[in-house]
Design a protein around this ligand. Sequence first.
Ligand SMILES: C[S@@+](CC[C@H](N)C(=O)[O-])C[C@H]1O[C@@H](n2cnc3c(N)ncnc32)[C@H](O)[C@@H]1O
Length: 349
Amino acid sequence: MSKLLPVTRAAYRAQQATIRLSLLAAHLGLRPFLGRRRRPSERDLHELRQRLRDLLERDVDNVARGLYSRELLFSLPVREYLSGLPQLAVEVARMLGRARRGQVRDLPPDVELGAYPEYFRRNFHWQTDGYLSRRSAELYDLGVEFLFLGTADVMRRQAVAPIARELQSQTSGRRVLDVACGTGRLLYQLERALPWHHFTGVDLSPYYIAKARGLLAGRGVTLATANAEALPFADASFEVVTSVFLFHELPLRARKHVLSEMRRVLVDGGLVVIEDAAQLSDSPSLEVFLENFGREMNEPFFFDYLRWDLERELGEAGFTVESTTPAFLSKVVVARATRAAERPTPPPI
Ligand SMILES: C[S@@+](CC[C@H](N)C(=O)[O-])C[C@H]1O[C@@H](n2cnc3c(N)ncnc32)[C@H](O)[C@@H]1O
């Protein structure tokens, strides 16, 4: 492993500690307004802190191993986020009000909701407009950094490492698809780590795709609005398919459809990298935190997801699981396409 300058490690730790401490103060201020939550034990907290330390160490180790550049460790658009803070403060107040009133489907009146699956038509994380407005797309990245104490992009970046391991030595351009790419943060990091490969992203929200287009302008990334349950690509169109933080927001049937579609568009022997919330089977010590998240954040499929077996389902969908790596509150599962997937029944929209 090449040495990473101690000054880089120190600067990175300082950056993360500053972000975390400032956000922690805001979280503590909000605690009285949140509903009843299970209190974690000292042991739970110890485990959580350890997982956070491991995440940050792995992030810099990935740079030392040459999987991505040092630049990515410092790539949060801090100035943009700082200027978004007043808007975020207004948003948090609106979210708390919506949570108090139990308004799970407070969506914009001018959107043709019938065009979207029922499970999608809600305010995940209580966010204003759900995924269905420009404003929501503008605030999303800052909102999730706030929610996860400045670790959202760090967690997301852990999906870059196995893809870099797979593609770094491939000199001819390979095709990579990010399913439910949101505002494009993973694609941004992937494109910087592996600029000679070809990246495509799809998301069901046209507003999030528009935001991703802004972030990725001039980078040669293809973006499209599409349902992950019916991907608009021919069979075997990609060598790598990835997805970050999607599955916990889907009901069981949709999760199965998406896995099947991921297999269909992958070449035989291709790689799938899925990052999502840790599950109880691999991270029982996080139960209290994961369940509090599901209870508080208008995530109706989260409890079922926690007890679902992603690795086993990957096996059933035509993949062989190669590894599962914890990444703080999430995990990264890497699997290879081994046998043909069965075509899913088209989803009713
Ligand atoms: C929690 S966000 C994760 C976004 C992004 N991957 C990230 O790393 O932040 C979930 C995303 O999944 C998208 N989504 C939900 N259901 C979808 C579906 N059936 N097809 C495509 N995208 C979907 C939402 O629009 C949203 O952008």
